[in-house]
Design a protein around this ligand. Structure first.
Ligand code: FMN
Length: 181
């Protein structure tokens, strides 16, 4: 399967992005293709329904990648009990044409113990886009973010978080397989 991962932070060394990189690595190990979209490295303009973006490669590439996906992973920092502005803005460019019938795994990083609010917000957006929310989600919060502050090569993910990541990822990939065949 082709899994699109959208890293939804515009912070350079975001822990949510590092968590998404770790998940990308696990997905590749399971012999699936990963299409990586990092909104820090590939920022999008502010969405306006008054404007046409047909000539703007960053936007057309973003929409095309999701259209081609079998399933999607959305990663966000928890900001004010919600998702990041850059991820919400990016998702405003797409519609049910891009998400309909696709499994979606939501993951987040929060300063507090658990980033439930951003995950709930993401799942509401996925519902509105006619995507299919994975049965589990992944939150790293508080001191759990320590493992993801370093770069990909030196992650030391504690066993309990790693078990949770593998369980949620397994359920997501199984759902994606069932709905995409
Ligand atoms: C504007 C802003 C709002 C935030 N709001 C919350 C919040 O509501 N709840 C929370 O637990 N942490 C909050 N935080 C802390 C971030 O969730 C935390 O630093 C997180 O690790 C950021 O993810 P990142 O490493 O991917 O950037 C906020 C941080 C910023 C900059």
């Amino acid at each position: 399967m082709n899994i699109v991962i959208i890293a939804g932070s515009n912070r350079k060394s975001a822990t949510s992005t590092h968590l998404a990189e770790y998940i990308a690595k696990l997905i590749r190990q399971r012999n699936h293709q990963v299409t990586w979209i990092d909104l820090y490295h590939s920022p999008l303009p502010f969405y306006s329904s008054d404007q046409s973006y047909a000539e703007i490669a960053a936007v057309t590439d973003f929409k095309h990648a999701i259209l081609q996906a079998d399933a999607v992973v959305l990663a966000s920092p928890e900001y004010h009990g919600s998702i990041s502005g850059v991820l919400k803005n990016a998702l405003d460019f797409v519609s049910k044409d891009h998400f309909s019938g696709k499994a979606v795994l939501s993951i987040s990083s929060a300063g507090g113990a658990v980033g439930i609010s951003s995950l709930q917000q993401l799942q509401a957006i996925v519902r509105n886009l006619h995507g299919i929310n994975a049965p589990e989600w992944i939150s790293i919060g508080g001191s759990q973010r320590k493992s993801f502050e370093a770069s990909l090569d030196v992650y030391e993910v504690s066993q309990d978080i790693d078990d949770r990541i593998h369980r949620a990822l397994g359920a997501f990939l199984e759902l994606a397989r069932l709905v995409r065949g």
